[in-house]
Design a protein around this ligand. Structure first.
Ligand code: COA
Length: 556
């Protein structure tokens, strides 16, 4: 009998061109008046963002920095720079947290957080900025630290805590201490992560008092700087009041006592430099602990079109439309995109691409969400979940369609299908708000409540239950207080801005449009470390007894 003949199908260049990811065409005229005016508006917003970020990075300012220097200490960002491997990227999170929130200026909420490489290993780094109110914890400082820990847990990132903090900001104690997502949760997270095998390392460079004393105490391994780091449950004044004992800081909680007598610390460093070098040594010796990431599946390749053009494509007015494909073309490798269901539900764009060599399924908005768009997005989310491909949401959504025609067509149930799919998809989700994120469109497009691994905003982005104009119109019809209407519109406008959002940690930071590709690329690299539902105890595609499918009941 004849051996089975193997037929090899050769791909012709035509099939490759037609059916694989192809370079997106782009018809952007960079000299058109529309492009130029959009660009100018976005340029000035980006400049404003850069200025605010640069100011926040100075922490408590020149005087507070000088005080720290005079005490022979390194500044928080100097400690950070020493910790990180030279010339490696640092993905800083929420650098404008707490901006314009408190009556005092609390730059970055008095805390620096971000993901960087330490001794060739990606780590979550959390640094107290003692130049800002003694590094004490305001409500948003706690929120920022908890968010950093959440990201660390989701991605299996070892945590490094560079500690120097006066503990809870006492006037705010009611909003930092008692509740579930308050101070105690920091230590709960440390204990949980340590149990999961995610290393918790700390170095103590200044006072670490009361609640703060538990950061080093709960670390797996720690280092303290002599004559500088201090750990105690209560400082000398409180000890005197409570017990009558008179004692100085150093004898009560200094490094040499803790390293030789109490055993609260594991190593004594002569100064900041040595402490950081020791932390680098600890991280270098972690062995198999932690979770390695996957390598990119493709060779990375720059987009064909310049990301600089994003400013003139999008602009700053959310009412001005643009084609999300023009944005995708400036973010993905080689500007190549294999579009899914291109001719159906055209107000949403779905398709496959690579960013820095990592595969990704992209969902982008091109208008209001109608039933077909919601159904198409739902199918695409199911496809990506099935194939374990991370999802990137590029958001510019005014919401789901309203009106009797849409209601009769079942927009509520079709929108709910998309929301359900987003909520249950067991793949990493990344969200970038490029324009508006309004109404239930925010839910369907993986808003904060849908636990995307990261959520970033562009400086022009707007977020709210609806646009400020619509909202004040609705209020006019339901409220009888005319005074309220006058102020409401401008109040809502202010509350919808990216700056307002980022100050309150509704996102992980405002990014420049031109940085989108690199930032999302880092996000995908991190997501490859733990592609499944890492933060939960079990996988979602099983019910409590390990059987069944994972999406619940789609309303048909
Ligand atoms: N709550 C609120 N504000 C605090 C604070 C806290 N826990 N700790 C420090 N601050 C503020 C100070 O009021 C001061 O504010 P100002 O610049 O507006 O005057 C600023 O932080 C710097 O404090 P200062 O004492 O001048 O600096 P320092 O470097 O000499 O000392 C500390 C820093 C943290 C060692 C010292 O302020 C301290 O011991 N704070 C109290 C710590 C404490 O008991 N915490 C209990 C937490 S439960």
């Amino acid at each position: 009998c004849k051996p089975i003949q193997r037929i090899r199908l050769h791909e012709s260049s035509t099939t490759r061109r037609l059916y694989h990811a192809t370079v997106l065409p782009s018809m952007v005229y960079t000299t058109s008046p529309e492009f130029v005016s959009k660009k100018q508006a976005m340029d000035s917003l980006v400049e404003e963002l850069e200025a605010k970020t640069a100011k926040a990075r100075l922490g408590g300012g020149a005087k507070a920095q000088e005080r720290m220097k005079n005490r022979g200490k390194l500044l928080p960002r100097e400690r950070l720079a020493l910790l990180l491997d030279p010339h490696t990227p640092f993905l800083e999170l929420s650098s404008l947290a707490a901006e314009d929130v408190y009556s005092d200026y609390i730059p970055g909420a008095g805390l620096i957080t971000g993901i960087g490489r330490v001794s060739e290993r990606e780590c979550m780094v959390i640094v107290n900025d003692a130049t800002v109110k003694g590094g004490s914890y305001y409500p948003l400082t706690v929120k920022k630290q908890l968010r950093a820990q959440e990201i660390a847990r989701e991605h299996g990132l070892p945590c490094v805590y560079i500690v120097e903090s006066g503990g809870a900001a006492l006037p705010h104690q009611a909003n930092v201490f008692p509740d579930k997502e308050h101070f105690g949760r920091i230590f709960y997270n440390m204990a949980q992560m340590s149990a999961l095998g995610i290393p918790q390392i700390s170095s103590i460079h200044g006072i670490s008092v009361a609640g703060g004393a538990y950061v080093p105490a709960l670390a797996d391994e720690n280092v303290i700087v002599q004559n500088q780091g201090r750990i105690f449950l209560a400082g000398p004044p409180l000890v005197k009041a409570a017990t009558g004992e008179e004692i100085d800081d150093e004898s009560l909680g200094g490094g040499s006592m803790h390293s030789t007598e109490s055993g609260v610390t594991d190593a004594l460093a002569r100064d900041d430099d040595e402490a950081i070098a020791r932390v680098r040594g600890i991280i270098g010796d972690l062995g198999q602990a932690g979770y390695p990431g996957a390598s990119p599946t493709e060779k990375t390749e720059d987009p064909v079109y310049s990301p600089e053009e994003l400013h003139g494509i999008v602009g700053t007015d959310v009412r001005q439309p643009f084609d999300m494909r023009d944005v995708i073309a400036r973010v993905v490798d080689g500007s190549r995109f294999r579009e899914f269901k291109k001719d159906y539900g055209s107000s949403i764009v779905t398709g496959f691409a690579h960013i820095h060599g990592y595969p990704v399924g992209i969902i982008g908005n091109n208008g209001i969400l109608f039933s077909p768009s919601a159904l198409k997005a739902t199918q695409f989310i199911l496809l990506c979940s099935q194939r374990q491909i991370p999802l990137l949401f590029m958001v510019n959504v005014a919401g789901y369609m309203v009106g009797s025609k849409a209601e009769k067509g079942g927009i509520a149930k079709d929108g709910a299908k998309m929301v359900r799919a987003v909520a249950c998809a067991d793949v990493p989700k990344l969200t970038v708000i490029v324009g508006g994120s309004f109404g239930a469109g925010n839910y369907g497009m993986a808003g904060r409540a849908y636990s995307p691994r990261f959520l970033w905003m562009w400086p022009n982005a707007k977020i709210g239950v609806m646009g400020s104009g619509q909202l004040s119109q609705v209020m006019t019809s339901v409220s009888k207080d005319p005074n309220q209407h006058a102020t409401l519109k401008s109040e809502i406008e202010n509350q919808s801005t990216a700056l307002y959002s980022t100050a309150r940690l509704w996102d992980d930071g405002i990014i420049k449009p031109t940085d989108t590709r690199d930032v999302v690329g880092l996000g995908l690299a991190l997501a490859s470390r733990r592609p499944g539902s890492s933060a939960r105890t079990g996988r979602l595609n099983a019910t409590w007894d390990g059987t069944g499918t994972g999406f619940g009941v789609f309303r048909m």
